[in-house]
Ligand binder design. Structure first.
Ligand SMILES: [Zn+2]
Length: 299
């Protein structure tokens, strides 16, 4: 019997050189475009708020560029992606300063050493006022360090996103199959056990349980577009209830992620019709349920 841990997808941690180059290129291009835009906003911003929002935005967009590069470049190593994010974040801060000093002095200075000297002069003289106060010296350095940390931090956070498993045999990311299977929430512990221990014949029993719209398990299958060998299943518990404010709220809780399953199991799960609960009349998600139900039956 296989170990439970072996039943789940684990990334190979591969980071192709071409993938790292792709991330740096896409991230670098994004920095070259966004740095000057941010400098313009900071330079003409009468309120500090726009600059703050600008710093958050370019950090998030810079991270999205890294994430895109990692996907296209097939990078499966989280540490490498974070490392590239730091480089892109620092480059973004550098480009922003080049553009800002360009607006301030009318000349483009690329040497980091001279940029640092100009920054020291700006810190001495002050550069903007807020609420009638003009920060100088240490105050400005603290603000700039916070700004740089915020930009780099957001690049790191948004640079690595959860992705479906990667098929090493075909060299492709798997894709969601566009199918959603619902299973009664009552079965959740047993369901995970049955899947982990590959007692697939027991699965069909779960399908006869009543599925309530307010609390059910949603199974989402993923498959490699190139082969039938790499199939994965993730499961969430979806709970809809009235929150403290008296409004309907839907929460999802991870049940299991990226379990390796045979293709036949996904076909089996999606082919069976589901029981319709008779007591769920007037539920807020009734329409959603009805459409999901008809899809499942059509398949
Ligand atoms: Zn494949």
């Amino acid at each position: 019997m296989p170990e439970a841990a072996d039943r789940y997808y684990r990334p190979s941690n591969t980071a192709p050189i071409s993938g790292i180059f792709t991330m740096l290129t896409v991230g670098g291009l994004a920095a070259v475009v966004m740095g000057p835009i941010y400098a313009l906003v900071s330079f003409y911003d009468p309120f500090v708020v726009f600059s703050l929002f600008g710093a958050l935005s370019i950090g998030a967009l810079g991270g999205s560029a890294v994430d895109y590069g990692a996907r296209v470049g097939k990078v499966r190593n989280r540490v490498v992606v974070h490392g590239v994010s730091i480089v892109v974040g620092l480059f973004l801060v550098y480009v922003s300063w080049v553009a800002y000093i360009g607006l301030l002095t009318g000349s483009i200075i690329l040497s980091p050493q001279i940029i640092w000297q100009v920054i020291q002069i700006i810190a001495q003289q002050g550069v903007w006022e807020f609420n009638g106060e003009e920060p100088l010296g240490t105050e400005l350095y603290v603000i700039w360090v916070c700004e740089a940390v915020m930009i780099c931090g957001l690049v790191i956070v948004s640079g690595y996103r959860k992705r479906p498993p990667y098929c090493e045999a075909c060299g492709r990311w798997s894709e969601a199959m566009g199918l959603e299977v619902r299973v009664s929430s009552e079965c959740r512990d047993e369901l995970v056990q049955v899947l982990e221990t590959e007692r697939y014949s027991a699965l069909m029993e779960f399908r006869s349980e009543i599925i309530h719209d307010s609390d059910y398990i949603q199974l989402t299958p993923y498959q490699c577009p190139g082969c039938d060998e790499s199939c994965f299943l993730s499961g969430w518990r979806v709970i809809t209830e009235i929150n403290k404010q008296g409004a309907w709220e839907t929460r999802t809780l991870d049940l299991f992620k990226d379990m390796i399953v045979p293709r036949e199991i996904i076909d089996g799960l999606t082919a069976l019709p589901q029981e319709v609960p008779e007591d769920d009349v007037g539920d807020p998600n009734e329409d959603d349920y009805a459409s999901a139900e008809s899809e499942a039956v059509d398949d």
